[in-house]
Design a protein around this ligand. Structure first.
Ligand code: TMP
Length: 208
């Protein structure tokens, strides 16, 4: 059963270097300027507990892929219960940098965890975005952006080109299977054009 909620839950997805964080900040500024309460958050993370789990997930302690999957969902359950659901009930606009589609793309398509296992965890958390943007970037452009970044690589960035190609193909399949929820955005555009495209898609689909 779908429960009516006054808020708006927007998620941003894509591979590394697609500009999700910049786009999320730009979109948040637009909604704030319009007077909305905006929750700008990220996964894994968004609560003290989930941020602690993030440190474990992005660190280099060896972890089985199914264990990683369950940790992503442990962080997500805390985030959903303590931040996302209450914010949606208040009528806030949530802009979340990555959500459960990342687990499907990275852990199922990328690492080979069964799709049904991730789907079962998605059903368990049972909190679904109203609109999901897939920031789409050719692999070569993403790689060039990443090598120009100063920061070191985390567990997933270190998994290499073939892994990233599986993740990118996974995102395309996930988006194609849910066209009502997904909007694919050309991330090679300027940051301003990316934010403008997202704002227009939200107006067209969610009417606000
Ligand atoms: P980011 O904050 O730079 O996007 O880093 C998060 C990393 O974690 C990124 O490499 C994608 C990965 N990730 C997963 O593998 N599964 C997930 O469910 C999420 C949310 C992120």
């Amino acid at each position: 059963m779908t429960i009516a909620r006054p808020g708006l839950f927007i998620t941003l997805e894509g591979g590394e270097g697609a500009g999700k964080s910049t786009a999320a900040r730009g979109l948040a500024s637009l909604f704030q300027a319009e007077g909305a309460e905006v929750i700008l958050t990220r996964e894994p993370g968004g609560t003290p507990g989930a941020e602690a789990i993030r440190a474990l997930l992005l660190g280099d302690v060896p972890l089985d892929a199914l264990a990683q999957t369950m940790l992503h969902f442990a962080a997500r359950a805390d985030h959903a219960q303590t931040v996302l659901r209450p914010a949606l009930a208040r009528g806030a606009v949530i802009i979340c940098d990555r959500y459960y589609d990342s687990t499907m793309a990275y852990q199922a398509y990328g690492q080979g965890v069964p799709i049904e296992a991730v789907a079962a965890l998605i059903r368990l958390v049972d909190l679904h975005p109203d609109i999901t943007f897939l920031l789409d970037l050719p692999a070569a452009t993403a790689e060039a952006r990443l090598t120009s970044r100063a920061s070191g690589s985390d567990r997933y960035e270190a998994m290499g080109r073939d892994f990233m190609a599986r993740v990118a193909a996974g995102f395309q399949s996930i988006a194609a299977a849910a066209p009502g929820r997904f909007a694919v955005i050309d991330a090679a555009q300027s940051p301003e054009a990316v934010v403008f495209s997202m704002r227009a898609a939200i107006r067209a689909r969610a009417g606000r």
